[in-house]
Write a protein that binds this ligand. Structure first.
Ligand SMILES: Cc1ncc(COP(=O)(O)OP(=O)(O)O)c(N)n1
Ligand SMILES: Cc1ncsc1CCOP(=O)(O)O
Ligand SMILES: [Mg+2]
Length: 333
């Protein structure tokens, strides 16, 4: 993944605001990014901005820290809905706001909700160690989201994704704030499905993209390098491509069995799991689709060491115990 050169030009808009436009070229194509600020921009020391997203003005505190000599990462802590969330930026050059004289004080590590934000390095190490990846809806029917998340994350789920198709972004962000707090309590990874803009706004560790979703370079243009990106694969050619594609951190193969959770999706079955295992890739990959505790041994025998699960945990009488059993059996292999 190429680092993105970022030009950050500040210019006064009104007496009370400052606007700047960052031109990012992550995929070769320049992407204008507009900011609205309430005060002079203190990128390194932290500043308060008013950012207008979806028409809503939100105070933003911005913090920056050097990553490598060629790149800088920044995390903005915003309060859009009461819950602070980080925003990650990538830039290849020192941020001109800092060059323009903002005080360069050491900043505390970025935070999301009540937790220390997962650094990209830590998140990638966690991904490498992950065995159980849960996709769940927001439990609106059960009304037990917090308890459910605490149970499954304590039980052994390593990554949890909010997968609630058709939900509007504002509502998704509200639920994701609850997921983020739960992940913070348990030190686990938060994943967003489909939408890079929502992953960015939620400060997610992970974005999951299917074959028909946003192309990976387009998602990287929004998210930078620090958010992990995963892909779905349903055929040998897709799995082989995902194993080597730039910008992909992990991939999933399946469905292993037809599943009502993904209606209409042809199931390539365990042959695809066997094929993927034979690739011998170092890139983390998960088997998905129709996996439960009754057929998990077949998935393991086919060569998978990681699994994505929906119903076998979300519909279990004891979701925490089901998560623990998946974790135990995947880890003892
Ligand atoms: C971890 C994980 N794996 C696969 C999927 C499926 O993604 P996709 O094929 O884009 O289908 P939808 O989930 O978007 O309906 C996933 N979401 N998460
Ligand atoms: C989202 C998705 N993509 C392929 S299979 C699947 C759903 C798996 O759900 P379940 O574990 O309930 O079969
Ligand atoms: Mg998708």
């Amino acid at each position: 993944m190429r680092l993105a050169p970022v030009r950050h030009d500040g210019r006064a808009r009104t007496s009370a605001s400052r606007g700047c436009t960052c031109i990012r070229t992550l995929t070769g194509a320049p992407v204008p990014v507009r900011h609205q600020e309430a005060q002079p921009h203190l990128c390194v020391a932290g500043c308060t901005r008013i950012r207008t997203l979806a028409g809503a003005a939100a105070p933003v505190r911005r913090r920056g820290r050097a990553r490598t000599s060629a790149s800088r990462g920044r995390t903005c802590i915003r309060t859009l809905t009461g819950a602070p969330v980080p925003i990650r930026h990538q830039g290849a050059q020192p941020h001109p706001c800092a060059v323009a004289g903002a005080p360069r004080t050491r900043t505390p590590p970025p935070t999301r909700g009540t937790r220390m934000a997962t650094t990209a390095t830590t998140a990638r190490a966690q991904l490498a160690d992950a065995r159980v990846y849960l996709c769940t809806d927001a439990r609106r029917r059960q009304g037990d989201l917090v308890e459910f998340l605490d149970a499954v994350l304590a039980g052994g789920v390593d990554i949890v994704q909010l997968r609630d198709k058709g939900m509007e972004a504002a509502e998704e962000l509200e639920h994701l704030a609850v997921f983020a707090d739960a992940c913070a309590r348990h030190g686990k990874l938060l994943a967003v499905n489909d939408r890079a803009d929502v992953a960015h706004a939620a400060g997610s560790d992970v974005l999951h993209l299917g074959q028909g979703d946003l192309p990976v370079p387009a998602a990287r243009a929004i998210l930078g390098d620090d958010v992990l990106i995963g892909r779905s694969t349903h055929a040998e050619s897709e799995a082989a491509a995902a194993a080597v594609q730039d910008g992909v951190d992990y991939f999933c193969t399946g469905p292993c069995w037809p599943t009502p959770t993904k209606p209409g999706r042809h199931a390539p079955g365990l042959d695809l799991v066997r094929y993927t295992a034979a690739l011998g890739t170092d890139r983390p990959w998960f088997a998905i689709g129709g996996i439960d505790l009754g057929n998990l041994d077949q998935v393991l025998e086919a060569g998978a060491r990681r699994a994505v699960v929906v119903r076998a945990i979300t519909e279990a009488d004891d979701p925490g115990a089901a998560a623990a059993e998946f974790a135990k059996r995947l880890r003892e292999k």
